[in-house]
Ligand binder design. Sequence first.
Ligand code: PLP
Length: 224
Amino acid sequence: MSVAENLREVLTELPPRVRLVAVSKFHPNEAIEEAYNAGQRIFGESKVQEMTAKHESLPKDIEWHFIGHLQTNKIKYMAPYVAMIHGIDSYKLLVEVNKQAAKVERTIKCLLQLHIAQEETKFGFSAEECREMLSAGTWKELKNVQICGLMGMASNTDDVEQIDREFCSLNSLFKELKATYFSHSDTFCELSMGMSHDYPQAIAEESTLVRIGSKIFGERDYNI
Ligand SMILES: *Cc1c(COP(=O)(O)O)cnc(C)c1O
């Protein structure tokens, strides 16, 4: 099946409240153009350099979402254009994004990444670290970032009950934090969870942003 057909198939499964981030990392501009011509406007990338090169050569109405692990020295390259950063996993990183966003006079939407998987390799705050950061309150002084919600990755496992539990815990934390720290505004409204192999479960747990790559673009070739 073509990229456009895969995309349409995924889109028919998404309820209206769920937006699709088409994860185009490691795929060439031609694949992105095919999805773009089929109507897709939100794309996700995990390397700043690759995303910036694509941003420069592709249509300017694309919303670029950064979903990878972020190094502070790379923020400046995407600060002028990035639509959302999904992987904020420390307060220090948030401060750095704020600083780079201020330089280009933007407010950048950010999601706090939570470590929900039973795997060592995935980045993110623990629930406790996240509560501590928010209750400290100094993030409110960062005027050039907007904390819009949470992001998480479930374990890479065939155990569907474990995946359900992980998404459920992220959803509970999202509701708790929203009620505790963001009840005065509507800006804390995004729950980014669900990938090619687990997005139906994420949607059942009230995800608002699914990040789907291989199901749309096929397997990635890491040797390019
Ligand atoms: C690569 C990636 C995805 C997409 O994964 P697929 O299994 O190809 O859908 C989603 N989220 C993050 C954070 C990723 O790095």
